[in-house]
Ligand binder design. Structure first.
Ligand SMILES: [Fe+2]
Length: 201
């Protein structure tokens, strides 16, 4: 692994160790034991300069590490949107899927990566079988998790139990977060709850 990617993975492991959940600790163990000969293909995700600028505003070590490793984190438009350039431009977010059954960092029982949501956008209510934790590392977002809504800032964690509906709305700065999935990590259970509202600004 190139040094910048290795440093980022180490910082990411620290963040999930600090989460205080067994599945976060399990992810940290996997991250710490990744093969050293892997690296990820850099790509133009359409929001690279915005992500860099936002990471630069954060005091978190993991954000600094993500900035330094940006070109090898594999940031890309969300998978289905990327098949159609027009949809990719409309999508409120881009992702860097680091670890999972189909990823370069192969893991059959966990998924993890980075998430960037553009300024002044809403990713509407959705849910899935997997348990999920997001950790804000730069910017801010108004987060809905079930009945609860709150403003999340760098260093804040939010956990979604199985099938808990959740949504994310950004202000003028957008948001960068780490995320992880555990439990039933198949994507087939994913569903959007409010249709067109999922991509409404
Ligand atoms: Fe989710």
């Amino acid at each position: 692994m190139v040094h910048a990617l290795s440093s980022f993975v180490d910082e990411m492991a620290r963040v999930f160790e600090a989460e205080g959940r067994a599945d976060g600790a399990a992810l940290a163990v996997v991250l710490k034991t990744l093969p050293q000969d892997l690296w990820l293909q850099g790509s133009d995700c359409g929001a690279d300069s915005a992500i860099r600028d936002l990471l630069g505003t954060s005091a978190m070590p993991v954000a600094q590490a993500a900035l330094e490793a940006h070109d090898v984190l594999g940031w890309a438009p969300e998978t289905y949107a990327s098949r159609t350039p027009d949809l990719a431009a409309l999508s409120p977010y881009v992702v860097a899927d680091l670890l999972g059954p189909e990823q370069a960092f192969r893991c059959d029982h966990l998924r993890a990566g980075l998430y960037y949501q553009k300024p002044n956008t809403r990713y509407g209510l959705h849910s899935h079988a997997a348990e999920e934790t997001y950790v804000i590392i730069a910017g801010a977002a108004t987060w809905t998790a079930g009945e609860r809504q709150r403003l999340l800032l760098p260093g804040d964690y939010v956990h979604h139990t199985t099938y808990l509906p959740h949504a994310c709305e950004t202000g003028p700065e957008g948001v960068v977060a780490l995320w992880r999935w555990s439990g039933e990590i198949g994507k087939e259970s994913y569903r959007v709850h409010d249709g067109q509202g999922a991509f409404a600004a």
